[in-house]
Design a protein around this ligand. Structure first.
Ligand SMILES: *Cc1c(COP(=O)(O)O)cnc(C)c1O
Length: 470
């Protein structure tokens, strides 16, 4: 509707033309590509128009406009994802991309990424070959499973297993294991999308063998056990262990699928050590009677993003033949990195070569020494206002691996006059960003998760944070 009578000046008219914003942006940041500058200007103008249309926002602010266009253009042009320094001490930080690859695994991925490969070609026969190639056998050698398959991630592995083994039939799960893993991954919803009927048994805190026995019948296809991953139950609790569940299944001819979440193919440390994780060790879970297990390759395993399935030849073959397998298949870069990672494990060099295992197994005395060395280096760049202390600390492992474990570590605690929030924010915006925790008014740099070259990146970031006015 046209406004009649008194004409109101539309404040949006006072906004500069897109051309002018683009010209100013280019003058300020000539290194930004044209497409990003144009998109940044467009976005900033749209936002300004929206703001001005709201009541009570009468004035345009051309300077703020260029600044917000610049921020948006920079965000678009920046590589993504980009390297950061993980100073949180959380080895498997989902927001930081979980497991860092071993340099050798990264090189293997890069090498096949930029060339043609024999991905699905049998070079000897000149015929179509198996995409996973030797990786399946490497997995069976490591795990003792009869057969193996690998898909895009563990959520995909669970979806494929449920759909293959139980479509149109019943899957029995304890109410204590109907978990949400994060990122909207919920067991009941996955079951629904897999086309299976979820049958809940027991209560939130207690499930008994008899609860499973009672519901087993004609339509039962699968007993599902799910690792709780990101929480623990204590108090008046009871669950049916894997071995017992497997016995129930065997008596009724119903297989057991276990979603391990975080899976291991080598044992982590002796019993009693903080990273000891028998419930993640896939070979033992198979020996205890799981017919199929699935787990992520980029959690405790320390490899690329992938979902590994281990089990009997017939069941794994059925999963490979499922049309969903094609939709969930692993890409060649991850496959190359996984191949490299599994070979290192087969050679018994995991603890030396894989960053995740190295970090998890690092002795506390070594971490203390590393923290003291780092503190000295940071003292040289931090300036006089910065107080530096070396302290013992503990951090969770992350990514739903061992929810109750906190690994003892050492940190360099930084206290600056600008305050911990400000310092942490400045470190995050350094050219190589540093992500750290805050506690008791200090920014904590946990040395457990620092990789090679991170010390110089930390020095640069701290110099940036203490020197550069923001
Ligand atoms: C992490 C996790 C998943 C999801 O694995 P992705 O590899 O992220 O898809 C599934 N189930 C459990 C129990 C988990 O801990």
């Amino acid at each position: 509707m046209e406004e009649r009578g008194e004409v109101k000046r539309d404040p949006r008219r006072r906004l500069p033309a897109a051309d002018r914003v683009i010209r100013e942006l280019k003058a300020e940041a000539p290194w930004l590509p044209d497409w990003a500058v144009a998109a940044g200007a467009r976005r900033a103008l749209e936002e300004a128009r929206r703001r001005l249309a709201e009541p009570g926002h009468a004035s345009g602010d051309p300077e703020g406009l260029v600044a917000s266009a610049l921020a948006h253009a920079q965000g678009l042009a920046r590589p993504h994802p980009a390297r950061v320094v993980n100073a949180t001490g959380v080895v498997l930080h989902t927001n930081l991309g979980r497991a860092p690859l071993a340099p050798g695994a990264a090189r293997a991925a890069a090498a096949v990424g930029s060339s043609y490969t024999d991905l699905e070609l049998d070079l000897r026969e000149g015929e179509r070959g198996d995409r996973l190639g030797p990786v399946s056998e490497q997995l069976t050698l490591l795990s003792g499973a009869e057969a193996a398959h690998v898909v895009n991630n563990n959520a995909a592995a669970l979806l494929l297993a449920l759909n293959t083994l139980a479509q149109g039939r019943e899957v029995i799960v304890s109410r204590g294991e109907l978990v949400e893993i994060g990122g909207a991954f919920r067991i009941p919803e996955i079951c629904e999308r897999a086309g299976v009927t979820l049958v809940e048994v027991g209560t939130t805190n207690r499930t008994h063998a008899a609860d499973y026995e009672r519901v087993l019948g004609e339509r039962s296809a699968l007993l599902l056990k799910v690792h709780r991953s990101n929480f623990e139950q204590r108090g008046f609790v009871c669950e049916v262990g894997l071995a017992e569940l497997a016995r129930i299944g065997r008596r009724r001819g119903i297989p057991v699928l276990e979603d391990l979440g975080s899976g291991l193919l080598v044992e982590l440390g002796p019993e009693g050590s903080p990273a000891f994780a028998p419930e993640s060790y896939a070979p033992a879970r198979l020996r205890l009677g799981a017919d199929v297990v699935c787990f992520s390759a980029d959690k405790l395993l320390g490899g690329p993003q992938a979902g590994i399935l281990l089990g009997s030849a017939a069941r794994i073959e059925a999963m490979r033949a499922n049309p969903l397998a094609r939709a969930l298949r692993l890409d060649k870069l991850c496959l190359a990195a996984l191949d490299w990672t599994l070979k290192v494990l087969l050679e018994g060099r995991g603890a030396q070569e894989l960053p995740v295992l190295r970090e998890l197994l690092a002795p506390v005395a070594m971490l203390e020494q590393r923290a003291r060395t780092l503190a000295e280096r940071l003292a040289n760049v931090g300036g006089s206002g910065l107080a530096i202390e070396v302290l013992p600390e503990a951090a969770p492992i992350g990514a739903g691996s061992l929810p109750s474990a906190r690994l003892p570590s050492w940190v360099v605690a930084l206290r600056s006059p600008q305050g911990a929030q400000e310092l942490a924010a400045a470190l995050r915006t350094a050219p190589i960003p540093v992500v750290a925790r805050i506690r008791d008014g200090a920014v904590l740099i946990d040395v457990r998760t620092l990789l090679e070259d991170d010390t110089s990146a930390l020095e640069a970031a701290l110099g940036f944070a203490c020197g550069a006015p923001r």
